[in-house]
Design a protein around this ligand. Structure first.
Ligand SMILES: Cc1cc2nc3c(=O)[nH]c(=O)nc-3n(C[C@H](O)[C@H](O)[C@H](O)COP(=O)(O)O)c2cc1C
Length: 141
């Protein structure tokens, strides 16, 4: 399987990357190919919601930044792995931008599997991050 890991951590050798490297080793040992892209160090802007990709030229994004390279890789991958440190109970802004920008290509047809690798600074945060939408969490504080 051709696996693409989108790592949203700005720390190139941080906790998230340690987990990503462990995942890569396991996946490669099992015969898969793994490509890691550190999206926090790429020039990727947020979605402009201009709808050009849906109304003018299908699947074409007007923003000619590093997302153009990622679109190609995402379309070629069989599996997508999203990796991120938890920032305020959710993904890093850099990874969020990448996910928002996939609006242009919609659901990549080749993808058979997805996975999420998240790194946090507190032991109980995973359950909360998965189970509760942000407004509910804020009301608990
Ligand atoms: C802006 C910011 C927000 C954070 N928010 C949370 C959080 O909501 N919950 C948590 O458990 N850790 C939080 N952390 C801690 C990171 O998720 C944690 O240190 C993570 O392991 C860092 O991964 P990295 O080494 O790849 O940067 C936050 C860190 C930063 C910088």
């Amino acid at each position: 399987m051709k696996i693409l890991v989108l790592n949203g951590s700005p720390r190139l050798n941080g906790n998230t990357m340690h987990m990503v490297k462990a995942f890569k080793k396991g996946a490669e040992d099992a015969g898969h190919s793994v490509d890691i892209e550190s999206v926090a160090h790429m020039n990727i802007h947020g979605c402009l919601a201009c709808e050009y990709c849906r109304t003018k030229e299908k699947a074409v994004c007007v923003q000619k930044d590093d997302m153009q390279k990622l679109y190609q890789k995402i379309l070629e991958a069989d599996m997508l792995v999203f990796a991120s440190p938890i920032y305020y109970f959710t993904l890093s802004a850099q990874l969020q931008s990448v996910i928002h920008r996939t609006y242009a290509i919609d659901v990549p047809k080749n993808i058979q599997k997805t996975a999420l690798i998240m790194s946090s600074g507190s032991a109980f945060v995973y359950g909360l991050a998965i189970a509760l939408p942000l407004p509910s969490i804020i009301s608990l504080l």
